[in-house]
Ligand binder design. Structure first.
Ligand code: GDP
Ligand code: MN
Length: 385
């Protein structure tokens, strides 16, 4: 789960990271009032769950409250990479002497958290990683020892930060790590962490991604989830307990099990070639009850790009005949003309096949192997079936 900038900064502040505090407004008038109370030049910042807001025109400096109203009115409602801006953060403008990048994430290969810092802050870290990889300083963190001060100081030295800032930098890095651990985050990022013209360190931006698997014990964070940024199908899928990720292909995939879902996506891409591939990742989980299948089918078919749907179900404890009945029941609830390819394997697969074929639905085809199913789904998507 992604946090907004203002939420991530609140979290950072709780752990002692100095942040540029501000207030959130959802109307231009409210932004005007906040700027008037602050009585200093402010920055009006779009609160959307994507990066690169500055470049997209979602971050604007305003010298006066009137200007803050004007900027807020331009930013509210604008679309940044497909995300509509519903809220802006109004903060006192900082005078920047230097922009630094600082983050904590997990390094899966090393099995440890990783602190990353760069003197080339402010720009996207992916671009620094591509064009100037040695400018990124990395320090692994032993999860049992935590980030030690000497490690943070080593990072400060390696990135060429002047010695007077080492103590403050180390403290911020250690507090950021504490917020990362305490929030069950998979990413805690400050870009930029600035040195102001008054020689103070301050987090100007904040990004945090919370581990979805830890939300059960992060209920205060879960309660802050902003669903207005989620497309309706994502909200429906989450409510139904389905793992759903929309992709930009045209073959809908309905699969039980995450690994099988990945394989199914690979196979549709393999046979789809240029221009044809998976429209989504979807794991309907175990059981494959009819109501869950029906909800998943609704979500998949709601995507206008979907030209065919591939059901790839492995019957383990769930029997293939039950799954087949579930699929037919779901099709009864969600009638469609979109070609559907069904592949069942595992327990009672043959019986499942007979049930599907006996239903004699004109747009439903049965496939025995995944290869055949993927090929049929591609042909159907191309209108060649
Ligand atoms: P992002 O584009 O989504 O990463 O949003 P940021 O919050 O990082 O802002 C983008 C850029 O706007 C920063 O890198 C700064 O250069 C600039 N910026 C943001 N806040 C301030 C501020 O208070 N003062 C000044 N001078 N620049 C700012
Ligand atoms: Mn930023």
């Amino acid at each position: 789960m992604n946090l907004h900038e203002y939420q991530a900064k609140e979290q950072f502040a709780k752990y002692g990271v100095p942040v540029q505090t501000g207030r959130v407004a959802n109307t231009a008038e409210a932004a005007y009032n906040i700027a008037r109370e602050m009585a200093v030049p402010v920055v009006v910042k779009a609160q959307v769950l994507v990066g690169g807001r500055g470049k997209a025109g979602g971050i604007k400096l305003a010298q006066t409250p009137e200007e803050a109203r004007e900027k807020a009115s331009a930013i509210l409602g604008m679309s940044i990479k497909g995300h509509i801006v519903h809220k802006v953060l109004v903060v006192p403008a900082a005078n920047i002497a230097k922009e630094i990048y600082l983050s904590v994430t997990n390094d899966r290969a090393a099995g440890k958290p990783l602190l990353m810092a760069s003197a080339e802050g402010g720009v996207e870290i992916e671009i620094v990683a591509r064009d100037n990889p040695t400018a990124i300083i990395k320090q692994h963190i032993d999860p049992f020892l935590g980030l030690r001060e000497y490690q943070a100081r080593n990072v400060a030295a390696a990135m060429g930060l002047s010695r007077e800032h080492w103590r403050a930098f180390a403290k911020i890095a250690m507090n950021l790590y504490a917020s990362f651990v305490g929030s069950d985050a998979v990413l805690a990022e400050i870009n930029p962490l600035v040195v102001t013209d008054a020689n103070e360190l301050l987090a100007l931006d904040g990004k945090m991604i919370i581990d979805d698997n830890a939300l059960f014990r992060q209920q205060a964070l879960e309660a802050q989830r902003d669903v207005s940024d989620d497309p309706p199908e994502v909200i429906h899928a989450r409510d139904a307990g389905l793992s759903y990720v929309k992709l930009d292909g045209n073959i809908g995939c309905m699969v039980n099990g995450a690994g099988l879902a990945m394989t199914t996506m690979d196979m549709t891409k393999l046979y789809g070639g240029e221009g044809y591939g998976p429209a989504n990742f979807l794991d309907i989980g175990g059981g494959a009850q009819a109501d869950k299948v029906a909800m998943a089918l609704r979500i998949i078919l709601n995507d206008p790009q979907v030209k065919s749907v591939l059901f790839n179900i492995f019957g383990g404890i769930t029997r293939g005949d039950e799954v087949a009945r579930g699929i037919l029941q779901a099709l009864g609830e969600v009638p469609t003309n979109v070609p559907l390819i069904v592949r069942l394997n595992g327990t009672n697969a043959e019986e499942g096949r007979r049930i599907i074929e006996a239903a004699n639905l004109p747009n439903v085809r049965y496939a025995s192997t995944l290869t055949q199913a993927a090929q049929l789904a591609v042909q159907a998507a191309k209108g060649e079936l």
